[in-house]
Design a protein around this ligand. Structure first.
Ligand code: SAM
Length: 388
């Protein structure tokens, strides 16, 4: 281990470490860990990011001068470390007894890596210092805008969502107050971020409705909105099925509405004829119970593949059904799938579409559900039936 420590120290001192990858963990709840140098508030840190089996990612920032000791401390938790530099990679294999076998492929002294390449902070659309008042209330950062290590993943998710909103902003009405619904809003990270983006960054007047079944989070959100003087934010504790907004929304957003709650959200968005819907479904259970398709039995007989197949089919069917109402629909990645598997966002933009094209989408949808032997909740809602 002494040899590894000397090597790490030398690479860190040269400023040439692009990334260290820690793999083959001894702890079964961990997938892997990576580390790299970043700049935070004009100081250099090594950021350690641990990816867990449950999809979470934990971050820890260590001052650069202490990072060799931290790398060596972490080394005991993994069987392999790859030190990646611009001049090659050094691979260290660590046995249970602590002995270390090193394959050093680094040619000469590693060249320093420009820090800008490492620093991801500047790319975020939400300036954490400016957005600090609401991010702090939601527990994402401190009062000065320093993002808490445990909330970095949430911060990235919020930013990515706002970036997608920024991209579709041109499809929202430009001349009046914008009405937005966040359905199944939970703690309302997105509700506040969307409100902040539209009011503070775009200068718009906004009516924002957040709806969720949980009375405690709704009370928290209402109080937070009042404390922030975010006028025009309203929160309702109710089932989204029963929600009928006072003004017609232009935008519906929904992040991780469980299972068929996403279908109720889509039903509301279509019924209200919104301009844009941004939805990230999660917890796909419905089709798992229904799928009955002999030609696909070779996939669905494996429970792991059955779940993936049902997730993809459920969301692709949702996309097709939304399309049949005259929307251009795109499925895109919300954030790095290493952070959460619930990661696909459905972007629907109302667009002029011929009746033939809408009918073709509906036919394709009907044909697909017949082939799959499923009766989607969304279809029942839209057909005016009582969903089973
Ligand atoms: C996984 S959480 C996501 C919360 C929030 N959107 C977020 O991403 O942080 C799902 C939320 O949906 C709410 N929910 C589920 N079904 C609902 C329904 N039918 N009506 C209203 N809220 C519902 C739950 O109470 C929960 O807060």
């Amino acid at each position: 281990m002494k040899e590894l420590e000397m090597l790490v120290r030398e690479i860190v001192r040269s400023g040439g470490l692009i990334k260290a990858v820690f793999s083959r963990p001894r702890d079964k709840s961990v997938v892997r860990m990576t580390s790299r140098i970043i700049e935070l508030k004009n100081s250099r840190y090594m950021q350690f990011e641990t990816f867990l089996c449950d999809g979470k990612a934990l971050q820890k920032n260590v001052p650069e001068e202490d990072c060799t000791e931290e790398i060596m401390r972490q080394a005991s938790r993994f069987r392999q470390i790859d030190l990646i530099t611009g001049s090659g990679t050094c691979e260290a294999l660590i046995s249970k007894s602590g002995s270390c076998h090193i394959k050093n492929g680094i040619k000469g002294k590693p060249l320093p890596v420009p820090l800008e390449k490492n620093d991801r902070e500047h790319r975020f659309i939400l300036d954490p210092e400016k957005a600090a008042p609401f991010l702090h209330k939601l527990g994402v950062c401190d009062e000065s805008g320093r993002i808490y290590d445990k909330k970095r993943s949430k911060y990235r998710q919020i930013n990515r969502f706002v970036e997608i909103l920024d991209d579709v902003y041109r499809y929202l009405p430009d001349s009046k107050t914008i009405t937005v619904c966040d359905l199944c809003c939970g703690k309302s990270y997105l509700t506040f971020a969307v409100y902040y983006y539209l009011t503070a960054m775009k200068g718009r007047s906004v009516e924002m409705y957040g709806v969720d079944l949980k009375s405690d989070v709704i009370a928290f959100c209402q109080k937070t909105a009042e404390e922030l003087h975010f006028d025009g934010m309203h929160f309702y504790c109710m089932n989204v099925s029963d929600f009928h907004p006072q003004t017609k929304p232009s935008l519906v957003v929904s992040l991780h509405a469980c299972d068929v709650a996403t279908d109720v959200v889509i039903y509301n968005a279509l019924r209200l004829d919104v301009d844009v819907a941004l939805l990230t479904p999660c917890c796909h259970h419905e089709m798992m119970k229904q799928l009955s398709c002999a030609p696909l039995a070779f996939v669905s007989e494996h429970s792991m593949y059955r779940q993936k197949l049902c997730d993809a089919l459920t969301d692709a069917l949702r996309c097709k059904r939304i399309e049949s109402y005259g929307y251009k629909v795109t499925a895109l990645e919300l954030i790095d799938p290493e952070e959460t598997p619930k990661n696909i966002l459905i972007k629907a933009i109302r667009t002029p579409m011929s009746e033939e094209k809408k009918a073709a989408a509906l036919n394709a949808y009907k044909e697909a559900i017949g082939f799959l032997g499923v009766h989607p909740y969304l279809d029942a809602l839209l057909s005016g039936e009582t969903p089973q």
